[in-house]
Write a new protein. Structure first.
Length: 133
């Protein structure tokens, strides 16, 4: 996601706020790990797109190294903490795709916060969602 980490939670919250109940939010991104080599300034990811008509476009995606891994699990945590429900997901070594939806019914905020406190130190199912404290 070509947005600094400090703003990513706010983006998810805003998408959740404006998305209609049952609406979908899809993200496809690369798995970005913590900087493996301190001398490298940016993470670069080459892409090759095959367009209709046979045209091939080659480009690259560059971002500053994140302070933590930005991968499928990272974005699942962001989505669940905002209230999204995971619909589908796929993950490869280099990239992932996530399809989330806004719940059909508004969530019971207090119940979600209680459940979040109770399960703080456990791993969460992709079918659950949690709101921040």
């Amino acid at each position: 996601m070509y947005i600094p980490e400090v703003g990513q939670q706010k983006v998810f919250q805003e998408v959740f706020r404006v998305l209609a109940p049952g609406g979908r939010f899809l993200v496809r991104d690369v798995n970005i790990q913590i900087r493996p080599d301190p001398s490298e300034g940016m993470a670069m990811f080459p892409f090759r797109f095959h367009l209709p008509g046979g045209q091939i476009v080659t480009t690259a995606y560059g971002v500053h190294w994140p302070p933590q891994n930005h991968d499928l699990e990272y974005y699942q945590r962001l989505a669940r903490s905002t209230g999204f429900i995971v619909v589908t997901q796929s993950n490869s070594k280099q990239s992932f795709t996530l399809n989330w939806k806004n719940p059909e019914q508004p969530p019971d905020i207090q119940a979600l916060r209680r459940r979040n406190r109770e399960n703080r130190d456990t791993q969460f199912s992709t079918q659950r969602f949690f709101l921040p404290q």
